[in-house]
Design a protein. Sequence first.
Length: 268
Amino acid sequence: MASQPIVITLTTDFGLEDAYVGQLKGAVLKGCPTAALVDLTHAIPAWDVATAAITIRASYPFFPTGTIHVVVVDPGVGSDRAILVAAGDGHFFIAPDNGCLSLLVADRIVTSIHRLEHPAYCNPAVSATFHGRDIMAPVAAALARTGDPGQFGPAVTLESIRMATIAAAVRTVDRLCGQVLHIDRFGNLRTSIRVDADQLHPDMFDHLEIGDQRIGRLGRSYHEALPGELLVLADSAGYLEIAANQASAAALIGCGPGDPLTVHLVRR
């Protein structure tokens, strides 16, 4: 039986208007023609390392063991920041040392990291403005062939890499204070609060306040609210989401990333 192709995911802030995504894919396939390329997203806001970190942390578990995840959100391209090749939970991650791996490190998913130091894995002519194509893509292709992150350079400690500033929820006796992390194309608001036993069990929820809105409905799906009505639910990655049935919660509330919110807890 033929072996299955190695899956390589691509997460960038390139958008789709230019040829950058196509060139990135071509560079991967040039080194590994059998790779199965998956566009995770090319719509990360420009230079938004924190959103890249949140996206890859929420998304990687849905891919098969052995998947290689390439994250090219790189405001420091051309500088002396390192390129990292990380491994953990049966997956590989290639990203600049700028915080893209922050949540994978903070959650102890990544267990080993190597810093790229061997130029033999890069294109012969490396553009100072496109390390994704000329460095990270060839590294991903080489990794797909060997499965050995150690070939690229020395191991570094998890504590030594750069971490992005990603807001965490703050707990007091009767409330959780968080903020909006991201707004998707439907206008749903992903918050910094996770719905789980450690942070916010559904039984603890009383109501949420954001701006001048008080939302008392914690549902399981959008249809539990009337069309145009706001509700709160756990999104597909386990984050607390503020949404509206068939409407944009962001537009209804008039808020954006970074805006604060408070979840009031049930008093016992």
